[in-house]
Design a protein around this ligand. Structure first.
Ligand SMILES: Cc1cc2nc3c(=O)[nH]c(=O)nc-3n(C[C@H](O)[C@H](O)[C@H](O)COP(=O)(O)OP(=O)(O)OC[C@H]3O[C@@H](n4cnc5c(N)ncnc54)[C@H](O)[C@@H]3O)c2cc1C
Ligand SMILES: NC(=O)c1ccc[n+]([C@@H]2O[C@H](COP(=O)([O-])OP(=O)(O)OC[C@H]3O[C@@H](n4cnc5c(N)ncnc54)[C@H](O)[C@@H]3O)[C@@H](O)[C@H]2O)c1
Length: 456
């Protein structure tokens, strides 16, 4: 057992922890970074990066299928092998983090592979070693999938996003429990590669955290890909035999498939972190932080564990705030008014800030404006695959939320994010020049619908 004194200990070197640890080490602090799995975290190995490679491949297939009527003919033969190879060779190094560990130690950080546990204020144990951190400890331990409490599910070989990303040979059929971001993105990927997919969603709509119009669009898109979408569905039982999975629903239906993917939400695993030793609640859903990501004296938390939105850009943002606080560099504290998020279905669903309902529930005097992408100039030109819309939510002359769905919905979202973050008056947005014929020019239509005299 060794006792060590350092400046900062970072527990969890995923997206947020690697950013904090690397930057503090590069600034000259004595930093120990602890990671029990792979440095880089969920995003590069089982999350954003490989799933977006899968989506890129699936969308290529669909674009080729849209050739007839627009550009001739195309014969499309899906093959998962190049996708599986790309995930192994280009994204994950076959789930080896040597490059990431070297990146961290190259900045001067000291790396420890193991499970870090708080043992008191500014104190962390990993294996036989105990670290005292002069400046403090940063918690960046992310989230893990939560299997729903469905009879028979535990103990079956169901997939999480891990197995879905690692698959080499596609199953013939797949049931997905959960129609949130993971569920809808992966449903479309596998369906486009020829897998028979059923999505079972407990609430009455897909991507239920988004605007109802976005849920309708996702529903239409998934059904258009031949996916069997069951919303408002209660899963009562799961059984597994050599023939595969049988999922019983509350309406008496039994669904069968070769594989079952559970994408029913994720949660921070806080109960084994030793939070009680620093006066925090180990049974909490997330770690409460102030605007400088402080969770206590000499204690910071960043990324998924803070519960501000499980996104890589959020982990990076909060990492930056924490680093500036630890180094005493000042600058703006965390501001969550303009958090963008993109569900990478085809069409992409981007959103920022509040939904209409959230804004009304907050007591704001809300007005909305919408525009249809297929009726915009660019949408009409685009034709096949042009579905989408823009919805603006305004109050007191400012945008407080927006959704941008369409072929490049996530990219169009950038303008709306700037407008909300920069508090650009909607009157000013109405007089802006939007390039013709871009997808983002439909913002002018939505502003007109909002009552702004947008340039025609
Ligand atoms: C399938 C999928 C697709 C996604 N797609 C997107 C996307 O397109 N865009 C987007 O913005 N976000 C996406 N996300 C979310 C994104 O991956 C996360 O928001 C991001 O990884 C959060 O970073 P983090 O540092 O908070 O946590 P993580 O990346 O989860 O890292 C936490 C790390 O802490 C380690 N750890 C935990 N406990 C301990 C301990 N006690 N000791 C030592 N180490 C510990 C873990 O092993 C892990 O490596 C996706 C997620 C999934 C699952
Ligand atoms: N593009 C992106 O940015 C992206 C992509 C994937 C994941 N993520 C992040 O990862 C997080 C986790 O993703 P997720 O999709 O697992 O969670 P989620 O919380 O977004 O969605 C889970 C869904 O499962 C449903 N559900 C829960 N229990 C169920 C049950 N028993 N039967 C049927 N449905 C059930 C919920 O109603 C919900 O709609 C997301 O919230 C997101 O922040 C982001």
């Amino acid at each position: 057992m060794g006792a060590h004194e350092v400046d900062v200990v970072v527990i969890g070197l995923g997206v947020g922890g690697e950013e904090v640890g690397g930057r503090l080490a590069a600034a000259g602090l004595d930093v120990v970074g602890i990671e029990d799995r792979l440095v880089g975290g969920e995003c590069p190995y089982w999350g954003c990066v490989p799933t977006k490679m899968m989506i890129r491949a699936a969308n290529l297939l669909t674009e080729a299928r849209r050739v007839p009527g627009l550009a001739g003919s195309a014969e499309v033969t899906p093959d998962w092998a190049p996708v599986a190879a790309r995930i192994r060779d280009e994204a994950t190094d076959d789930w080896n983090d040597k490059v990431a560990v070297d990146r961290f130690t190259g900045k001067g950080g000291r790396f420890v592979r193991g499970r870090g546990v708080l043992t008191g204020p500014r104190r962390v144990r990993v294996g036989e070693d105990e670290y005292t951190a002069r400046r403090g400890v940063v918690l960046a331990t992310g989230t893990a999938p939560v299997p729903p409490p469905v009879e028979g599910l535990a103990g079956t070989p169901y997939w999480t996003n891990r197995e879905a990303v690692e698959v080499r040979t596609l199953p013939a059929s797949l049931i997905i429990l959960g129609g949130g971001a993971i569920g809808v993105e992966l449903a479309q990927v596998f369906a486009r590669f020829g897998v028979t997919v059923t999505v079972v969603e407990r609430s009455d709509r897909l991507v239920a955290v988004e605007e109802p119009e976005a849920s309708d669009l996702a529903d239409k898109a998934l059904r258009g890909d031949g996916i069997d979408v069951r919303t408002g569905a209660t899963t009562t039982r799961v059984a597994y035999t050599d023939d595969g999975f049988a999922v019983s629903l509350g309406d008496g239906t039994t669904l069968r498939a070769e594989k079952l993917l559970v994408a029913a939400g994720r949660r921070a695993a806080l109960d084994t972190l030793g939070l009680d030793t620093v006066g925090l609640d180990p049974s909490a859903h997330s770690i409460a932080t102030d605007a400088w990501m402080r969770a206590g004296d000499g204690l910071w938390a960043v990324g998924d564990v803070t519960g501000h939105g499980a996104f890589t850009h959020m982990a990076m943002y909060e990492a930056d705030v924490a680093v500036r606080d630890i180094l005493g560099q000042g600058g703006p504290p965390a501001d969550y008014r303009a958090v963008p998020r993109v569900t990478f279905t085809d069409p992409e669903i981007g959103s920022v800030g509040l939904t209409e309902k959230q804004a009304r529930d907050a007591g704001l005097a809300v007005t909305t404006g919408t525009a249809s992408i297929p009726s915009s100039s660019r949408g009409w030109i685009h034709k096949a695959g042009n579905d989408g819309f823009i919805k603006l939510v305004a109050a007191d002359g400012l945008l407080v939320g927006a959704t941008s769905a369409g072929p490049t919905g996530g990219e169009v979202l950038a303008a709306l994010t700037v407008a909300i973050a920069g508090r650009v008056p909607v009157a000013q947005l109405g007089h802006m020049i939007w390039a013709y014929p871009t997808f983002h020019r439909a913002l002018g239509d939505a502003l007109r619908d909002l009552g702004q005299p947008a340039t025609a």
